[in-house]
Each structure stands twice: as C-alpha cells, then as structure tokens.
Design a protein around this ligand. Structure first.
Ligand SMILES: Cc1cc2nc3c(=O)[nH]c(=O)nc-3n(C[C@H](O)[C@H](O)[C@H](O)COP(=O)(O)OP(=O)(O)OC[C@H]3O[C@@H](n4cnc5c(N)ncnc54)[C@H](O)[C@@H]3O)c2cc1C
Length: 398
C-alpha cells in the first residue's frame, strides 16, 4: 500500500488535516490510520463542546492565531454543512475582589486579540445575563458558542471519503521505519509505505514521535477532567456558559457550567492525574504508563511546584461536597443533590523535561514527518486552521 501522506490519529486534528490536504491537492493519496473502531473516541469525543472565542490566549501565540482563524472557518463550515451550533456567549466571573486584577488581564488579552463586543460587566449586568450567578465583576464574551465535535469530525470523515481519501479504523501504529526514499508505517496488521507522515496521535503523540527517534523534549501527561451533570429540574440555574477566573499558572480553565447543544447542563471538568493515558475512570490503571509519568523528571518538578493544587484537585475528585463547593462560588444555589455523575475526558498535557507545562500548540517537522506534539484546548475549535497550516507544511515538504 503506497501513499503520499499517512496521517496517524482519527481525532479532529488528524481528520481536519487529511481533509485540508485533499482540498488543496485532490490528487494526493491520503490515508488516516486510527487504532479504535470509531473516529473521535478520545479527546475529541470527550470534551466540553465549547467553540472558544480566543479571549484567553497570549496574543501572537499559535493558540491565539489558530483559535481566531479556526473559529471563523468552523462557523462557515458548519453553516455550509448544516451542523447545529449556537453562539450563545459566555461570562467569566470574578467572585472576590482579589480576582479582579486577573479578570482585567483576560479582558485586555481579548481586546488585543481583536475580539469585538466583549465587555467588562458589573454585578447587576451579571445577574441580567445569568440570574443565579454570584460575581462581583465579569466579562461577557458574545462570540463563544456550543457544538458537538463528534458531529463535526463525522462530517470531516465524510468529506475525506468523498474526496477519495481513506480512513482505516482498527489500525494501531506500532512502528515507523525510515527507508532510503520513503517511510514505512507499520500497524499490528498491515504496512503502509508513504512519502510523508503526520503524527496526530493525541495522548500518544510523544510515543509515535519516539518511534522515529525524534529528539523531543516533551512527554504527554494525562490529566482527567471529570464532569457532573445538573439534574433536569435545576437546569434553569444556568442559561448558557459560566466560567471562573482561571489560575494563570495552569493551562486549565477551572470547573465551569456549560450547556450542551443537545440540551442539558454539565459542570466541570476538574484536572486530576490519570493513572493511564486513556484512564477515564479512577480505577483504570496502566502500571507501565503510570510508572513512566511518576519517574519523568519534568513531572516530578511540576508535582513539587504545584503539589498543593494537585492535592486539592484529587480531594475534589473524591469528594462531591468539595466539587459542589467549587461550583457554589459561581452559583450559590447549586446543591450536592442537584449533581449527577457525568462522563470524563482525558487531556493530553505536554510537560517538558524542565518541568514546564507547555501552554502553546507544538507542531514540529522532522525530515519527512510532521509531529503534532501538543494540541490541547482550543484545538477542537481551531481544527480547521491547524489542519490548513499542517497541510500547507506537508505540501511544501512533498
Ligand atoms: C475534558 C476536555 C475538555 C475540552 N474542552 C474543549 C472545548 O470545549 N473546546 C475545544 O475547542 N477544545 C476542548 N478540548 C480540547 C480538544 O478536545 C482537543 O484539543 C482535541 O480534541 C485534540 O484533537 P486531536 O485529534 O489532537 O486528539 P484526539 O481526539 O485525542 O485524537 C487522537 C487520535 O489518535 C489515535 N491514536 C493514538 N495512538 C495511535 C496509534 N498508535 N495508532 C493509531 N491511532 C492512534 C487515538 O485513538 C485518537 O483517536 C477539551 C479536551 C478535554 C480532554
């Protein structure tokens, strides 16, 4: 089987990349290899379903550029393809005076990133938007929306097939061998010869990079995000999306309330170390993976620096009362009994050997391979822009 491009990973980033490659060069022979029996089984299928506006990201960063561009591309795509989405807006609220400084920093970033219509709001304006929300000051972000990213991925899938691309499910990549004039990608059952490889393996992107001896300074550490769902009778407490002021030291946004596009409201996600890369429950443990995490110098440094926050997250993961208390900062009326356990997602968080949690997207080129080594939130929102960028890189390399 001989291809121009093999894309590893059938999540939203791999699928967007394959679709964009075929849009730009319809004659290319492209295949997506996905280890699961369905696409979008991991981060893409287990996220909050928010269309991010770009308000949080450092101006000029890959996250800011791709989120802003990807946002427009996603909305155009969904309109053209009749995929349901809703631009409902969100509020970020400071619940105490000492959070106002950080709230104002976020507002300034939003303005610098060119978001029009965002505004600082006071207590009364917060109540007018979200009547049950407590907050001393907030930001209203009109651009934020909600969507189902599995539905978006399915449409990318259909477009790839219509453009004569291939998607091979149940193909777990186990080795990559450089040949004199091509690359051999080996799965448990097949071999694929190709001119170029794009690694979009999400939670395993560092492992795929290691197969090609790429000299990477990053390891993927899995952080599980657990959710609760609001009881139907309490859904009226949340109109749209309510977020806290995030801790600037962490790449996570803090537990928040999100309305689903299909109806219903979820609360979360927290961020606890998962004991397996695909550890969606507390009891799922993969000992070799856990050992690798715990002995990685970068993780040890992060754990030493942030042990208090980490311990609090673990406590909140086991204690529903503590989770409820965190949510009550935003909506005091929410009670423990109003919350039912929801699904969980696992974030692929890149940490470098020096103990820094890598914030920005990382896309690296190594000979005839492109590695997507960090594609955290907002990569689902930004998928079409990331896919366009990677496909342009790939076409230059071919
Ligand atoms: C809890 C949570 C909430 C989030 N909320 C949002 C949000 O509201 N908005 C937003 O924009 N983003 C959000 N994100 C981030 C977003 O989901 C991710 O950035 C995005 O899905 C990344 O897509 P991906 O294709 O890189 O990874 P994935 O979706 O994880 O896809 C990687 C694929 O590679 C496959 N794979 C791995 N190893 C191999 C192998 N050896 N061989 C073959 N295939 C392999 C996997 O099976 C998987 O399907 C959230 C993420 C999480 C976890």
């Amino acid at each position: 089987m001989v291809y121009d491009v093999v894309v590893i990973g059938g999540g939203i980033v791999g699928l967007a990349t394959a679709m964009k490659l075929l849009e730009q060069q319809p004659a290319l022979k492209v295949v997506v290899l996905e280890k699961e029996s369905r696409i979008a089984q991991h981060q893409t299928g287990n996220n909050s379903g928010v269309i991010h506006s770009g308000v949080y990201y450092k101006p000029g960063s890959l996250k800011a550029k791709n989120c802003l561009e990807g946002y427009k591309m996603l909305l155009e795509f969904c309109k053209a393809e009749n995929i349901p989405f809703e631009i409902c807006g969100k509020i970020i609220v400071a619940v105490s005076e000492n959070e106002i400084g950080q709230l104002q920093n976020i507002y300034a970033r939003g303005v610098e990133n060119g978001l029009t219509g965002i505004k600082l709001i006071d207590k009364e304006e917060i109540k007018a938007i979200e009547p049950h929300c407590a907050g001393v000051k907030g930001i209203f972000v009109p651009q934020t929306g909600i969507i189902n990213y599995t539905e978006v991925s399915k449409r990318y899938f259909e477009k790839i097939i219509a453009a004569k691309g291939e998607i091979r499910l149940g193909e777990k990549v186990v080795d990559i061998q450089q040949q004199p004039s091509s690359i051999k990608v080996i799965t448990a059952t097949n071999e694929f010869e190709t001119r170029l490889v794009v690694n979009c393996a999400g939670l395993y992107s560092d492992k795929i990079a290691a197969l090609t001896n790429a000299n990477i300074n990053i390891k993927i550490i899995p952080f599980r995000g657990e959710y609760y769902v609001l009881k139907k009778t309490k859904e009226h407490l949340v109109k749209n999306l309510i977020y806290p002021v995030p801790d600037p030291a962490f790449p996570f946004l803090g537990v928040h309330f999100t309305r689903f596009i299909e109806g219903g409201v979820e609360a979360g996600p927290n961020a606890v170390l998962a004991y397996a890369r695909e550890g969606y429950t507390k009891s799922k443990i993969n000992l070799p993976e856990l050992f690798e995490t715990l002995t990685f110098s970068g993780f040890i440094k992060v754990a030493k620096k942030y042990w208090k926050t980490g311990a609090a997250e673990i406590y909140r993961s086991y204690s529903k009362a503590a989770f409820t208390t965190a949510l009550q900062r935003l909506i005091p009326e929410v009670q423990k009994n109003d919350l039912m356990p929801g699904e969980a997602g696992v974030r692929a968080s890149a940490i470098d050997a020096e103990g820094n949690m890598v914030d920005d997207f990382v896309i690296e080129q190594q000979q005839n391979i492109i590695h997507v080594l960090n594609s955290p939130s907002p990569a689902a929102t930004a998928s079409l822009s990331i896919g366009k960028h990677i496909s342009e890189m790939a076409i230059k390399m071919l």
